[in-house]
Design a protein around this ligand. Structure first.
Ligand SMILES: C[S@@+](CC[C@H](N)C(=O)[O-])C[C@H]1O[C@@H](n2cnc3c(N)ncnc32)[C@H](O)[C@@H]1O
Length: 296
């Protein structure tokens, strides 16, 4: 049997990881509002211990560490060597956040050692989401809580839908992945997210929509902001894969079409696109329900 999460682990240690390292500052700017909303939902207080799943280059871990203070603890785990390396390099001198390269589905985590299980867009990539959440739940103390943010569907997320639509007539269509296949939009279905968490043994599950502008790309002038947004669209996220192996002529036409789509939007140093996410919270019950399965 193939190793669990083998594809995603290879991708986050390969092309996706490299693109995230290169675009880290732009991606942090784009995701800031969503991460902040998830942190508010987690409501960490001084002294709490937080596990940040799929922490990437660490922006949310640093923010959480400053909230839990010197008596608290934040452990960021991620499968990507290069992103963990980046997180360690970006760590402010006084942060208590620590980082570990590990797969959330199998990481050796001390039982009951955390108060909060947190993630900013890092929990949609598991082959077995319910099994992985059950594994992570055991690292939470009884009564501990979960708070994460994940994307809703592609159709509601203009930052990816607009460029995708713009190249549809140009690039020969590639098969869309199954909506539940591990990837950024696999938690788009609210019912599925609730089922995963229930199967993993969580209670008090709440899933609330968050609509916010995604500032896409950045530049001093309108032209520079659009150029940067086009570059970001083809370098990071699902489009990069679609365009990777296309001939130059086709890529040039695709880029021009994405540019035209962005030109129609509001530009304020960034191209202001629509973003749609779920803010998800849940609790590890004091008394786990009988018959909790570890599979979805
Ligand atoms: C979309 S990025 C988000 C990164 C970071 N949380 C942020 O907001 O900047 C998803 C992250 O999840 C990580 N990831 C994917 N599968 C994972 C797994 N099984 N265990 C731990 N991390 C994983 C990736 O390496 C990547 O850093």
């Amino acid at each position: 049997m193939a190793k669990q999460n083998a594809r995603q682990i290879a991708d986050w240690n390969g092309p996706s990881g490299e693109r995230w390292v290169v675009n880290q500052a732009r991606l942090d700017a784009m995701l800031a509002v969503f991460g902040q909303a998830a942190i508010e939902a987690a409501a960490p207080v001084k002294g709490e211990r937080v596990l940040d799943i799929g922490c990437g280059s660490g922006a949310s871990s640093f923010a959480l560490a400053s909230l839990v203070g010197a008596q608290g603890r934040v452990l960021g785990v991620d499968v990507s060597d290069s992103l963990i390396e980046r997180a360690r390099a970006l760590a402010p001198p006084d942060t208590t956040a620590r980082f570990q390269v590990a797969d959330a589905s199998s990481a050796k985590l001390p039982e009951g050692a955390f108060d909060i299980l947190f993630s900013r867009f890092g929990v949609m990539f598991f082959d077995d989401p319910a099994g992985t959440f059950a594994h992570m739940r055991r690292a939470l103390r009884p009564g501990g809580r979960v708070a994460f943010v994940c994307w809703r569907g592609v159709a509601e997320n203009g930052w990816v839908r607009l460029p995708m639509d713009a190249i549809k007539a140009i690039v020969p269509s590639t098969a869309s992945p199954h909506p539940e296949a591990p990837g950024p939009f696999s938690f788009g279905d609210q019912g599925r997210v609730a089922r995963i968490l229930t199967t993993a043994g969580f209670t008090e599950i709440a899933i609330a929509p968050l609509d916010a502008t995604v500032p896409f790309g950045e530049g001093e002038t309108r032209e520079a902001a659009i150029d940067d947004a086009v570059q970001l669209a083809v370098e990071a996220g699902p489009l990069s894969r679609v365009l990777a192996d296309q001939p130059n002529e086709l890529r040039t036409r695709a880029l021009a079409s994405i540019r035209a789509a962005f030109e129609g939007l509001t530009i304020e140093r960034s191209v202001m696109t629509d973003g749609a996410a779920w803010i998800v919270t849940a609790r590890n019950p004091f008394h786990p329900p009988q018959g909790v399965h570890h599979r979805e």
